[in-house]
Design a protein around this ligand. Sequence first.
Ligand code: ADP
Ligand code: G6P
Length: 457
Amino acid sequence: MPGTSSFLIVANRLPVDRVGEDMWRRSPGGLVTAIAPVLQRREGAWIGWHGAPDERLDPFEHDGMHLIPVPLSEQEVELYYEGFSNATLWPLYHDVVATPVYSRALWDAYRLVNERFARAAAEAAAPDAVVWVQDYQLQLVPAMLRRLRPDVRIGFFLHIPFPPGELFQQLPWRRELLEGLLGADLVGFQRPGGAANFIRLCRKTLGLQYQKHEIYVEDRVVRAEAFPISVDFGELDVLVREPHIVARAQEIRRDLGNPEHVLLGVDRLDYTKGIGQRLKAFGELLADGSIKPGEAVFVQIATPSRERVEEYIRLRDSIELQVGRINGEQGELGQQPVQYLHQSYDRDELAALYLAADVMVVTPLRDGMNLVAKEYISCRHDLRGALVLSEFAGAAEELKQAFMVNPYDVDGLKRTMLTAMRATPHDLSRRMRSLRRRVATYDVDRWAQDFLAALEA
Ligand code: ADP
Ligand code: G6P
């Protein structure tokens, strides 16, 4: 029996996590930031896990969205979510900056859970519905769903990088993953390079013919193309002008001791984000006297993330050790050069932080897009503020007027952070104007429209 939703989002996570009886908290990460406004402006439903193990919940409404929870057992959280998704695929797709774990037990759980999501989508989708599957946790869903519901149109979008063949070929289940994705009518990537990697792999691994963006799969054509994701520019641009946000930004600077320069990092605490690299550069600038005591404060906001996965446990220890060292060696009584907060914040507080920061430091070793960079730009209608951006973030392809860095090059990072701190107001406003033009034009609505138009074409 088909369902009633003519537009369906299918993602590992719902936009909110259950944190208690009738208590919900916004889920972390860029996927939710981007997809929530898209669904809020359309009739439809979102299928996903609600963040707590071993719990079956009925569908419910939240913040203008119809949400359909998919349950995961404690063991599935461990094997499918923490395991195959975040200890195998996440590091593999991010240039193996950590070593991926290859285990058959993790793979079996991944397949099983993908089957459950596909079944939930098949039950919820109305005849001829549009079903939009999201991200690396659900790469088998398109083909599984097509078998159950050949009538629906299936889009897939990968929010993280799609790796080059040399890395992807390590995967013992590389064929199955490619075949899973090819169940979609349209497979979207952040960058053209990701789409090209995918198309080449389909030829090499599965022997499929292709022409430009089209791959020929039996009697079907699958398109693979780049659709760089974005943020809700308009919403942030309005929010940040509100008097309470402006006042809070001033208060933040005061609380930090009104230093000449406030530098800011906002990330999930993830080893792909290059947090250690940027702190090292900042620490050295203090140690070698390039920054005078009290002249600059580095605020690092690190959202707790995947806290039971081994690499994340190690990362947290190492960042906290590093922060302690810098503050211990370079700080003074009542004055700490690094303010580290391992916490999650609401949109208002983040907007105030963006407005308070002179230099936004975004230094991932590899990142699909990085929405934090685009959020910062959206908040700087004053045309002040400098964006230091890693060339390994997907965003670097669009945000050419940022202060670009190679985060592996500590000296380069130090130089660029200093250049950004010392840039003239004229240079900053010239750069920011051009960055804002780009993000205002290619906002998240435009992204969704482009993808869905291509899917329905
Ligand atoms: P990723 O998707 O890998 O987490 P992005 O930069 O693309 O990276 O997206 C991160 C999203 O999470 C942004 O929308 C950002 O505002 C939000 N975010 C990051 N850190 C925090 C935090 N401490 N509290 C609340 N939201 C956060
Ligand atoms: C990135 C991924 C998303 C994921 C998010 C948060 O944005 O692309 O798929 O939801 O990180 O990670 P988590 O593991 O907490 O869902």
